[in-house]
Design a protein around this ligand. Structure first.
Ligand code: ATP
Length: 373
């Protein structure tokens, strides 16, 4: 069992700052997912953990051991890659045992015992005598996982291991990874660009952008309480609606609506508890960005319980998703997305009255993107 600590870790490649001074603790036995858009620095972070890159600055510790400059082989971590990285000319068994044989520190009996255990855990006994070209993508990835677990490492480092699998297999493997983690309890850092994978697999999720950590939280907290606009828009599909408003008289005001805000939020204190949201120099008004997730907007007639404040909208397009209907509608000069009951009858161009869940509004600073609350 291992805790991994990153302290002000940075990695620069020439003029690119791939990882920019991140601080992070991966808890003992935790399944931590790092998610972010392409180029945000997540693979580089993982490669720094594995010892495949040397940091420009900062420190990496495994428990109390400083491994910042340690060779990959001296870290006792096992990597699983997107492209499986299996040797094509070797059988499944040889691929799994290759690293162990190379280290020369295991007896044949011990190797057999570990392979048998991994084969049972991953249900790959019938793949041990096959070469990779005779395996499906999912089977190859199972063998690659087998190679990682036979070494009984202190940590698994996984870089988009499911990306090459088709959608159905990915869902199946996600569940298997969760089961495997529950069984082994090994500290795991898992990198993906796929927010669904991050939300379903992670006990905590790290959102990265531009080489920096934006937020670290359990999945639901990330979804419910994004600390800034980037996280709010990155997590959730379809993305959160963002509408420019003025804060005035305890309400978020737009040409087409006026939404009362919870007491104390608009002209009271911010989440940080210091700065008033209304700017006295602008006559008590202040620009803000109002965030509302599509599923927190409703046809007023379908959710009369949500309160009396509604606004008028015009239906533009509807997208049936099976279990719900996604409605694109215009509110004044904004187009927003809204969830509706799957069989709601709505015509493009039709006028509708839209309500919202007042408990689930978000407000962001238009300049910094930080959440006001
Ligand atoms: P992706 O999901 O596309 O793999 P990522 O979030 O994993 O992206 P990284 O691969 O960590 O991002 O790359 C972060 C930044 O560092 C990018 O701008 C990338 O071009 C740059 N970078 C990564 N490796 C190198 C390298 N060996 N040499 C130069 N620049 C690099």
């Amino acid at each position: 069992m291992t805790t991994i600590t990153l302290e002000t870790l940075s990695k620069e490649f020439d003029d690119v700052v791939a990882v920019n001074g991140i601080d992070l603790t991966v808890r003992d036995g935790e399944f931590l997912v790092v998610v972010g858009p392409s180029g945000c620095g997540k693979s580089t972070t993982l490669r720094l953990l594995a010892g495949l890159e040397t940091p420009t600055d900062g420190e990496i510790r495994m428990d109390s051991r400083d491994v910042t400059g340690a060779e990959p082989k001296d870290r006792n971590v096992a990597m699983v890659f997107q492209n499986y990285a299996l040797y094509p000319h070797m059988t499944g068994r040889r691929n799994i045992t290759f690293g162990m044989n190379a280290a020369g520190s295991f007896t044949d009996e011990e190797i057999d015992r570990r392979v048998a255990k991994a084969a049972e855990t991953l249900d790959i006994a019938d793949l041990l005598d096959r070469k990779p070209q005779a395996m499906s993508g999912g089977e190859r990835q199972r063998v690659a996982l087998g190679r990682a677990i036979v070494r009984d490492p202190d940590a698994f480092l996984m870089d988009e291991p499911l990306s090459n699998l088709d959608a159905k297999l990915r869902i199946q493997m996600r569940a298997e990874l969760t089961r495997l983690h529950a069984e082994l309890g090994t500290t795991t850092v898992y990198v993906t660009h796929d927010q669904t994978e991050a939300m379903t697999l992670g006990e905590r999720v790290v959102v990265m952008d531009d080489g920096r950590i934006q937020q670290v939280d359990p999945p639901q907290a990330l979804y419910d309480f994004p600390t800034n606009r980037f996280v709010a828009e990155f997590i959730g599909d379809p993305a959160m609606n963002m509408i420019d408003v003025e804060l005035e008289g305890g309400a978020a005001v737009h040409d087409a609506f006026r939404i009362p805000l919870p007491a104390g939020s608009a002209e009271g204190e911010t989440g940080a508890g210091t700065e008033p949201l209304a700017d006295p120099d602008a006559g008590g008004r202040r620009h803000a960005v109002l965030g509302i997730r599509p599923e927190d907007l409703h046809l007023a007639r379908e959710r009369p319980d949500l309160g009396e404040t509604t606004f008028d909208a015009t239906v533009e397009v509807t997208e049936p998703l099976g279990d719900s209907l996604l409605v694109h509608c215009s509110i004044g000069n904004e187009t927003v997305k809204m969830g509706a009951e799957p069989r709601s009858s709505l015509e493009p161009g039709g006028a509708v009255s839209v309500g919202y869940d007042p408990e689930r509004l978000h407000l962001f600073d238009p300049e910094t993107g930080e959440a006001f609350y």
